[in-house]
Design a protein around this ligand. Structure first.
Ligand code: NDP
Length: 290
């Protein structure tokens, strides 16, 4: 058996196109563009590339991009003041502060300062709480993208066994919440989990967000399982995921790295931004269809 390779790049292109159509409707209805503010502190090379591609994708979708690049020695107070200005700026529908921040700034202070209703990254505790309790908020972009790919491949996931490897606030925990909401039976594994291969062997759905190249092995996989690889690991052989590609010989469907979850993250950021803009201006939008 050889797994279906889930084309995240193509799915993300479709999502970006739907966001673009909604952005045009938003412009017509509100008389302005939806706006995303992205804040980068310091000159970390990878973060700088992410910020640039987020800005380009925002403009390509017909939305306004406000980029704020601050020096690495920016004080926490100055960053808080910028967040406050963006919270109050009517042209800004979404605010994203690129992580990681320099060590002299407390990320929690910054994340909790962002207006939860502009928190398109979905990292604010209010949005984490909304997700956990089934309320309308913003879902972090990477797990939201994983969910969209899973729905595309599996349709109704009710009753399936899902194992999420990783318990970060950014990926693992929100992913588990999303799968619970789909009526999966969810296990969250982490570095203290005993006999991980056996835990994974039960899973119809595996989401790996570990940060270790080729960590999940083929003999851990239940035949026909759906595998979602969140990992981005830079190796001498280039970018690789957390799941050994040989798992494709056992799985039913699997995301590649690159070209799987990665492209979905930015597309979901654009999606959250247009959703925010429509909510703020009262412009009708079928959120489930986008
Ligand atoms: P974190 O480092 O915050 O979390 C990693 C998780 O993996 C932790 O919960 C950790 O457990 C767990 N873990 C580590 N070692 C083991 C082990 N031996 N067995 C079982 N679990 C283990 O990472 P993130 O969640 O932020 O990211 C995970 C990966 O996803 C990274 O490669 C990152 O680059 C990638 N990523 C990709 C994105 C995309 O757009 N495609 C976006 C965000 C992240 P414990 O809690 O016990 O330490």
């Amino acid at each position: 058996m050889s797994a279906e390779i889930i084309d995240g790049k193509a799915f993300a292109a479709g999502l970006r196109a739907r966001v673009g159509e909604q952005a045009a409707r938003f412009n017509a209805a509100s008389g302005r563009q939806a706006g995303l503010a992205v804040v980068l502190v310091g000159a970390d090379a990878a973060s700088s590339v992410y910020v640039k591609s987020k800005g380009k994708a925002t403009v390509a979708a017909g939305m306004a991009s406000f980029e704020h690049r601050l020096p690495a020695d920016t004080s926490q107070d100055d960053l808080v003041a910028l967040v406050d200005r963006l919270n109050a700026d009517a042209a800004v529908d979404g605010i994203l502060v690129q992580l990681p921040l320099p060590s002299h700034i407390d990320e929690r202070v910054i994340i909790t300062r962002i207006d939860p209703d502009k928190d398109v990254d979905g990292f604010h505790p209010v949005n984490a709480g909304r997700l956990a309790t089934g309320l309308h908020g913003f879902v972090p972009c990477t797990p939201l993208g994983c969910l969209m790919l899973l729905k595309h491949v599996r349709g109704d996931m009710s009753g399936l066994d899902a194992v999420v490897i990783g318990r970060s606030n950014i990926v693992g925990k929100p992913m588990a919440q999303l799968l619970i909401a789909q009526s999966c039976t969810v296990t969250v594994a982490h570095s203290r989990t005993r006999d991980l291969p056996d835990v994974v062997r039960r899973a119809d759905i595996v989401v790996a967000a570990v940060g270790r190249a080729g960590f999940v092995k083929p003999d851990w996989i239940k035949p026909g399982a759906t595998l979602i690889d969140v990992g981005i690991n830079r190796t001498d052989a280039g970018l690789v995921g957390d799941i050994d590609p040989v798992c494709a010989e056992v799985a039913g469907a699997m995301t590649p790295v690159p070209g799987g979850v990665g492209p979905m993250t930015i597309a979901c950021l654009l999606r959250n931004t247009i959703v925010s803009a429509c909510r703020r201006e009262g412009v009708p939008l079928d959120e489930a269809a986008i």
